[in-house]
Design a protein around this ligand. Structure first.
Ligand code: HPA
Ligand code: ZN
Length: 345
């Protein structure tokens, strides 16, 4: 581990911005900025119930997860053609590069699109082509994780998996997202068992708004390798011990938690507590176009609010590489770059 330099608080934002990092919790549909929604609405002839970019942005005042999801699915309705998926992902990868994100694992929600008659092939090919060009043109490595919508049935998830299998080489794993409360992980136990047999990586949203029990069943019944969010885990000390013992990463999204009222203020976010308990916590943007910030904004605002310093910055960036689904050699290369950034800070 690098020697952590003493960084005065005033220079911390620059270090946070410059350090290389991985983003492991980003819904690519949540990176669709209002300007791009309007452009695609025009070019595809899909009407949206907002008169202007400003009016749409003003609607981004959320009270909980569901109030966000309603607008998020409306925004995604303008995506029709392979080029739309490509443009959305390329726009994100450019923002990632600007924030020194060197590796990203992108969630996508195929059911949001196939339900509107968009072919699975259109979705996956557009996103995948962007990841190929993003690596070549921007130096950002990215891979795809297919998410099942948990408000839909397990049967629907099975059908989605079947539709995606011809493109099995273009995604590395599966996740579970959408409305959490009332849709516990165990609802998807069979489809996750099948994904495990297929050698896919497994993650699931749990403990964003839902109780610690959902984190337990994501671990024990779905056998996930990472928990997305997981911030409710601190309500159960036995669960915190389990997450620490098994080094199960949590992909935490501070500005998302603030905007969806999971914490009333960023000052009250429990990410310092998660690190203190020895958990492999990471910082991520979730749906940056909706929650007011990409990666560096999440880091800078969270550090300013909680008083974390250079040691925690190093730990969070190191955790992001450790928690990623790249091989050991790539983890080492990324960590070497991180050490170099701290040595030169
Ligand atoms: N939680 C659940 N589902 C989602 C989210 C989230 O934060 N973002 C996009 N889909
Ligand atoms: Zn999420």
């Amino acid at each position: 581990m690098a020697t952590i330099p003493n960084i005065p608080a005033g220079r911390l934002p620059q270090l946070l911005a410059r350090m290389p990092k991985a983003e492991l919790h980003i819904h690519i549909e949540g990176s669709l900025e209002p300007e791009l929604i309007f452009e695609m609405s025009r070019r595809n002839g899909v009407a949206i119930p907002y008169a202007s970019v400003d009016e749409l942005r003003r609607a981004y005042a959320f009270t909980n997860l569901q109030s966000f999801l309603d607008i998020y699915y409306a925004g995604a309705s303008v995506l029709l053609k392979e080029q739309d998926f490509y443009d959305m992902a390329m726009a994100y990868l450019k923002r990632a590069q600007a924030d020194n994100v060197v590796h990203a694992e992108l969630f996508f929600d195929p059911q949001t699109h196939t339900a509107r008659g968009v072919a699975m092939e259109t979705v996956i090919n557009g996103l995948h082509r962007a990841t190929v060009d993003g690596a070549k043109q921007l130096g950002v490595d990215a891979s795809l994780i297919l998410c099942f919508l948990r408000h839909l049935s397990e049967q629907d998830a099975f059908e989605t998996l079947e539709q995606a299998l011809p493109w099995r080489d273009k995604f590395i794993g599966v996740g579970l997202d959408s409305s959490e409360v009332g849709h516990p992980p165990e609802k998807f136990a069979k489809v996750y068992a099948r994904c495990r047999e297929l050698g896919l990586h497994l993650v699931a949203h749990a403990g964003e708004e839902g109780p610690p029990a959902y984190v337990w069943t994501a671990l024990d019944l779905l056998k996930v390798e990472r928990i997305d969010h997981g911030v409710q885990s601190t309500k159960d000390p036995e669960l915190v011990k389990r997450l620490a013992r098994d080094r199960i990463p949590l992909t935490v999204c501070p500005l998302s938690n603030l905007k969806l009222c999971v914490f009333p203020k960023l000052e009250m976010h429990n990410i310092p507590q998660l690190l203190e308990a020895g958990l492999v916590a990471t910082v991520n943007s979730d749906d940056p176009a909706y929650f007011g910030g990409y990666m560096n904004e999440n880091f800078v605002q969270t550090f300013a609010a909680t008083g974390m310093g250079a040691r925690e910055a190093y730990q969070l960036a190191k955790n992001s590489f450790d928690a990623s689904f790249v091989d050991a050699a790539a983890k080492r290369r990324y960590t070497d770059r991180l050490d170099e950034a701290f040595a030169n800070a």
